[in-house]
Design a protein around this ligand. Structure first.
Ligand code: ACO
Ligand code: OAA
Length: 375
């Protein structure tokens, strides 16, 4: 994608504050969390280790990690009042709306009374969000009230276990671990910025996270993984995919899962999730969706020099793990809540209310007309 001159639109290219959490595209294509390359984290770390890194400021030692995992396991249960609310939400609701309501309701029941509680509130959200979405999904779709307190060692394993009533395979737990690491943090993206704006008014953590969920929901941000799936699942061969993509480009449609506001050459998360999508394709004996995805990637690069962002191969990877498409973006929430909360801590530690200015483009002076005389 060619470099575009920055206009003020979308605040692109303008610094809106400082962070010690993450660099995006510093070397054209890199991504680091507190100085650690995401490629190394995705290969070597547990997601809970990355969550600890973001939320507590350093990598845990073994004893600290064990204690943290034990703590998170102990926070997976949901209060009855929250379950009752989740049971009221219809089956055809959008699961991101369920996440938003779930985070908000938790804020009513377990309100953050003081910023001294911010670490515990964040850990609770991290542990409870997978339970919230799976409780609602299983109740509304399968008519069962699941027990959300599993003994699974990982957040990803816990999510899959709740969804399917059986522990995840080693391969699936591994892919979920990688996926959650890749989605955990990304500097001043739209949802994180939402959280920081909310935090800058000295609001509570649940409000910051609830607002961030609303921002992540849109197809230009986290919702792109679902939108990409909705697109590629229609195509039965790479040739058909190519024809359709060419038509979409002709019509100037946005192709979901491609392009990025910051990266110019590639999104470093793509190669990693693509690798795992390929492994999963082999595992399930797929001969359509993965080749279709690869062709779309090639055509987009050939025609527009647009590259896959983190979302595109997440679509096929989740599909191969039999995860319903509508739960794709909620998984993103279960991961990004770590980045959001860490940014709220940063904002609170060095706060000034975020309040930019606007260039006024309205009428110079308007004449008052009494209501009975208006057109
Ligand atoms: C985890 C994440 O949130 S990653 C992002 C997920 N979102 C998506 O995948 C949605 C599809 N992608 C997009 O809409 C955009 O690329 C965004 C929202 C990610 C970034 O938007 P911007 O920063 O405005 O894009 P940028 O300025 O680089 O666009 C350059 C040109 O490429 C075009 N373009 C960018 N992405 C795409 C796309 N996916 N399909 C078609 N054209 C595109 C733009 O329309 C623009 O054309 P123009 O100059 O004629 O207006
Ligand atoms: O940084 C962005 O604009 C979007 C993104 O990739 C993310 O939030 O992971």
């Amino acid at each position: 994608m060619a470099d575009k001159p920055s206009s003020g639109a979308g605040l692109r290219g303008q610094s809106a504050g400082t962070t010690a959490l993450c660099t995006v595209g510093k070397t054209g294509s890199g991504l680091t969390y507190r100085g650690f390359d995401v490629k190394e984290l995705a290969e070597k770390a547990k997601f809970e280790e990355v969550a600890y890194l973001l939320l507590k400021g350093k990598l845990p030692n073994q004893a600290e990690l064990d204690a943290y995992i034990t703590k998170l396991k102990g926070l997976r249960g949901l209060p009855q009042a929250l379950k009752t609310v989740l049971e009221q939400i219809p089956r055809d609701a959008h699961p991101m709306d369920v996440m938003r309501t779930g985070a908000s309701m938790l804020g009513n029941l377990e309100t953050e009374e003081s910023f001294d509680q911010q670490q515990d509130v964040s850990d609770r959200l991290l542990a409870a969000l997978p339970s919230i979405i799976c409780y609602w999904y299983r109740f509304s779709h399968d008519g069962v009230r699941i027990e959300t307190e599993t003994d699974d060692a990982s957040v990803g394993g816990h999510f899959l276990h709740l969804l399917r009533d059986e522990p995840a395979s080693e391969l699936h737990a591994r892919v979920m671990n990688v996926s959650l690491i890749l989605y955990a943090e990304h500097e001043f993206n739209a949802s994180t910025f939402t959280a920081r704006v909310c935090a800058s008014t000295l609001s509570d953590m649940h409000s910051c996270v609830t607002g961030a969920i609303g921002s992540l929901r849109g197809p230009l941000h986290g919702g792109a993984n679902e939108a990409a799936m909705a697109m590629i699942e229609n195509w039965t061969s790479p040739d058909e995919a190519e024809r359709e993509i060419m038509g979409m480009l002709e019509r100037k449609d946005k192709i979901m899962g491609f392009g990025h506001a910051i990266y110019r050459e590639s999104d470093p998360r793509n190669a990693i999730i693509k690798h795992w999508s390929q492994k999963l394709a082999q595992d399930v004996g797929d001969s359509v969706l993965y080749p279709v995805s690869e062709r779309v990637e090639a055509v987009m690069w050939r025609e527009k020099k647009l590259f896959c962002n983190a979302d595109f191969f997440h679509a096929s990877a989740y599909y191969f793990m039999d995860i319903p498409t509508k739960l794709f973006t909620p998984i993103f929430v279960c991961s990004r809540v770590t980045g959001w909360c860490a940014h709220v801590f940063e904002q609170r530690a060095n706060n000034r209310i975020i309040r930019p200015s606007a260039d006024y483009v309205g009428p110079e002076k308007s004449e008052w007309v009494p209501i009975e005389e208006r057109d």
